[in-house]
Design a protein around this ligand. Structure first.
Ligand SMILES: Cc1cc2nc3c(=O)[nH]c(=O)nc-3n(C[C@H](O)[C@H](O)[C@H](O)COP(=O)(O)OP(=O)(O)OC[C@H]3O[C@@H](n4cnc5c(N)ncnc54)[C@H](O)[C@@H]3O)c2cc1C
Length: 406
């Protein structure tokens, strides 16, 4: 039986960072990775460019996470400055884009992975090693014995990158409901005729929650940054648990304000004036003032108005319908596009984890890091930030602690 002081299960960003931190104090660390390579999901992040973190100051940054209190200690332990210095010290610099998103200057996630891997020179890595069992005395798959174990197996999304729902049951640690996060929505209506159209800077509402951003129409429904960010609130507000049933039935409505810069009254005034002065203009041409070209025919079809109708011929009822739909255009949503969900909502219950160390409060010497925990954030570098910071804290704490187990 091979023996190690610390076994890290999972070689994604959380596991790699945990092993890097642990190897500062221990020369006896192993990563057990199911895939033939490390960081398969990390390579896909940010469209292959890796939006590694978000540059907002910590206090402001934390406000974007539902679990801000839990994350505080790990964020102050591995700050953005410290995280980026790992890469800058090896010659990789960073650029900041809109909404404080940080990317490597080379725009290659493979550069991030390469540098992280360089830091693992003192760590043993066992590839193609899928952990299936952990005994009470920390024997893994009947093959490897560890004094301490860090579980960093990720969530359930993009299973082709190595994630699996089975990982939640490797220990008896309590779990919350598991849901899709940052996920595109499937519409009842077939939108293939307008697939590829972007609605820029619209306001999307789901019940009382509103998000401003771009909506991209896909063959099966709605995506784009605005929808993806709103999807976390939607998913959390619906009752389901993928641990019990992965056939998620949903049926709800979202509304899009296509003209958020004008109120209903302002539109009414403008229409009253323009319908008189531009009476001969066809409605399909007039709407170019408000809507992107490729969306106009679809919009008019949906509200049963012939695009060739001249403005002077549009009656009051139709005018009101136009205004109402410009301000509140609705889509019926019938599902989540689960194959494209980017993160998992839910996981190991945070009530059973010490946020100062990432150690289980139930099983001594067992640590957790990254997306396997009940932690998630919006798009913009917030999720890798969780993985790196909790991974670092788990690795550091595990390597600094004398073992409790015999
Ligand atoms: C398409 C896409 C784009 C994204 N873009 C961004 C972005 O730009 N910025 C951002 O902040 N976040 C992004 N995310 C989210 C981010 O990738 C994840 O939050 C992050 O990878 C989680 O890190 P992790 O180490 O916890 O888990 P993972 O990255 O999922 O790593 C888990 C590792 O554990 C291994 N493993 C699993 N089970 C076992 C087992 N039983 N035995 C051994 N090994 C096992 C897996 O093979 C995998 O290597 C994106 C996600 C996706 C899907």
């Amino acid at each position: 039986m091979e023996e190690y002081e610390i076994a890290v299960i999972g070689g994604g960003p959380a596991g790699i960072m945990a092993a890097i931190a642990a190897s500062k104090n221990s020369s006896n660390v192993i990563i057990l990775e199911k895939n033939p390579k490390l960081g398969r999901k990390l390579l896909t992040t940010g469209g292959g460019r890796c939006n590694i973190t978000n540059a907002k100051p910590i206090k402001k940054l934390l406000k974007f996470y539902p679990q801000k209190n839990f994350l505080k200690h790990s964020f102050y332990t591995l700050t953005n400055e410290y995280l980026l210095s790992f890469f800058e010290n090896k010659g990789l610099n960073f650029i900041e884009e809109d909404n404080n998103r940080i990317f490597p200057e080379s725009e290659k996630s493979s550069d991030i992975l390469k540098i992280l891997t360089d830091y693992l020179e003192d760590v043993v890595i066992s590839y193609n090693f899928e952990v299936k069992s952990i005994s009470d005395d920390f024997v893994i798959n009947d093959k490897i014995k560890a004094d301490k174990i860090i579980i960093a197996t990720g969530g359930i999304t993009y299973p082709q990158t190595g994630c699996s729902i089975d990982n939640y049951f490797l220990t008896s640690q309590p779990l919350t409901d598991i849901k899709y996060g940052l996920v595109p929505l499937v519409t009842k209506k077939d939108l293939s005729s307008i697939a590829g159209v972007t609605l820029y800077d619209v306001v999307i509402s789901y019940k009382k929650t509103k998000v401003q951003g771009n909506v991209l129409i896909s063959h099966v429904g709605l995506t784009g940054p605005g929808i993806i960010d709103l999807s976390n609130d939607i998913s959390e507000s619906i009752s389901y648990n993928l641990l019990e049933n992965d056939d998620v039935d949903v049926d709800f409505e979202i509304a899009i304000d296509l003209c958020p810069e004008s109120s209903r009254e302002e539109l009414q005034d403008k229409f009253n004036q323009d319908f008189q002065t531009k009476g001969k203009t066809m409605i399909k041409n007039y709407l170019k003032l408000f809507l992107t070209n490729k969306f106009i025919d679809f919009f008019l079809d949906e509200i049963n108005l012939d695009g060739e109708t001249q403005l002077s011929r549009i009656n009051k009822k139709s005018k009101n319908r136009l205004i109402e739909n410009l301000k509140r255009f609705t889509f019926n949503i019938t599902g989540f596009n689960d194959k494209l969900a980017k993160v998992t909502i839910g996981g190991i219950d945070l009530d059973s984890i010490n946020p100062k160390t990432m150690e289980s409060t139930i099983i001594p010497d067992l640590y957790f890091a990254g997306e396997v925990l009940d932690l998630h954030g919006p798009t913009g570098g917030y999720n890798l930030k969780i993985a790196f910071s909790t991974g670092y804290l788990a690795g550091l704490s595990a390597s600094e602690k004398k073992k409790d187990r015999n």
